[in-house]
Design a protein around this ligand. Structure first.
Ligand SMILES: CCCCCCCCCCCC/C=C/CC(=O)SCCNC(=O)CCNC(=O)[C@H](O)C(C)(C)COP(=O)(O)OP(=O)(O)OC[C@H]1O[C@@H](n2cnc3c(N)ncnc32)[C@H](O)[C@@H]1OP(=O)(O)O
Length: 278
């Protein structure tokens, strides 16, 4: 599958160099179509720490500069797209690092949700919490069977902020958003398709990428400028609301995480994840 993807400068995705490919985020651009496959690569679960968030943000910025024709976000893990923010960074956190983490997440969302080219998520496995936010920030989602996706923050004792709610409202009906968020629900692949949280199911990772390519190809006759202006019109309000309240949003996150009951829950939650193997 990957063999037809070239990591080099191409005409349609101008002057894109492999310099921005880091260990945490691999980038491969299809020479013919100008579509980039961007692969999250932070084993074991693609937990999002500051470095992973910043690496992905930089890649999207570079794709923007180089007039990329489309993005397919994927993962190097066998069965996990992304398990969300790195829980070890928010349990008993260093306060400066905690602020950097949320600021990096805000920056990444602004770039991905507002990208001026078609964006897709090839979900080759679970997409939980922050991983679900990444998927929701894209224009289209394809997922393999027997995986899970959703925002479980209320289960963890915290509430999602306005821009995260907006990302979900952009995809689901008002009713489904209420049920999903208030219950902190995680959906299996077929349930996610039923409510529209994902757009298609694919048999395996290769097929998720193929279906994402097909989706992006539908835009080949759409003028790039018209595409980006329309997208800005549709999504700009949510982005401006965050950009005008970044400090307040950050404080809300920091206060939520530092809440003793959230810390207590995180301790148990991390233990339960670790004890699964025993
Ligand atoms: C408290 C949170 C946030 C506060 C936000 C406040 C404001 C607003 C809301 C905003 C919404 C957006 C932000 C979200 C915040 C987050 O993203 S918090 C992260 C929440 N993530 C999860 O709850 C997922 C937890 N993980 C899993 O459910 C499972 O690991 C899995 C289904 C993804 C995969 O299962 P499996 O294949 O069985 O692997 P495991 O054995 O469970 O895991 C392997 C290994 O990885 C460790 N791990 C798993 N997830 C994380 C993680 N998110 N961060 C760090 N580490 C993780 C797990 O402990 C195992 O470690 P060991 O091998 O045992 O050492």
């Amino acid at each position: 599958m990957i063999s037809f993807l070239m990591r080099r400068t191409i005409p349609r995705c101008r002057a894109y160099s492999s310099q921005t490919t880091s260990e945490l985020t691999k980038v491969e651009v299809n020479e013919k179509t100008g579509v980039a496959v961007v692969t999250l690569n932070r084993p074991p679960v693609n937990g999002l720490n500051v470095a992973a968030l910043r690496s992905l943000e930089k890649v999207i910025g570079d794709l923007e500069t180089n007039k990329c024709k489309g993005l397919i976000l994927s993962s190097s893990s066998k069965n996990i797209f992304c398990a969300g923010l790195d829980l070890t960074e928010i349990y008993k956190p260093d306060q400066e690092k905690l602020k950097s983490l949320w600021t990096a997440f805000q920056d990444l969302w602004i770039k991905l949700y507002g990208a001026s080219f078609p964006t897709t998520a090839a979900l080759n496995g679970h997409a939980i919490a922050g991983g679900c936010v990444l998927a929701l920030s894209c224009d289209y989602r394809v997922m393999v069977p027997n995986s899970s996706i959703g925002l479980n923050e209320t289960e963890l004792g915290i509430s999602p902020t306005a821009w995260i709610i907006a990302s979900m409202q952009n995809v689901l009906s008002k009713r489904s958003v209420e049920l999903a968020l208030l219950q902190g629900r995680i959906y299996k692949t077929n349930q996610a398709l039923e409510i529209g949280l994902i757009d298609e199911i694919a048999n395996d990772k290769d097929e998720t990428i193929k279906k994402c390519e097909e989706f992006i190809a539908k835009y080949s006759r759409v003028q790039s400028l018209a595409f980006s202006l329309t997208k800005r019109e549709l999504r700009g309000k949510a982005i401006s609301e965050l950009t005008s309240n970044r400090q307040g949003d950050l404080q809300f996150f920091v206060d939520s995480i530092n809440n003793p009951s959230v810390q207590k829950f995180l301790e148990k939650y991390l233990q339960s994840l670790k004890s699964k193997k025993n």
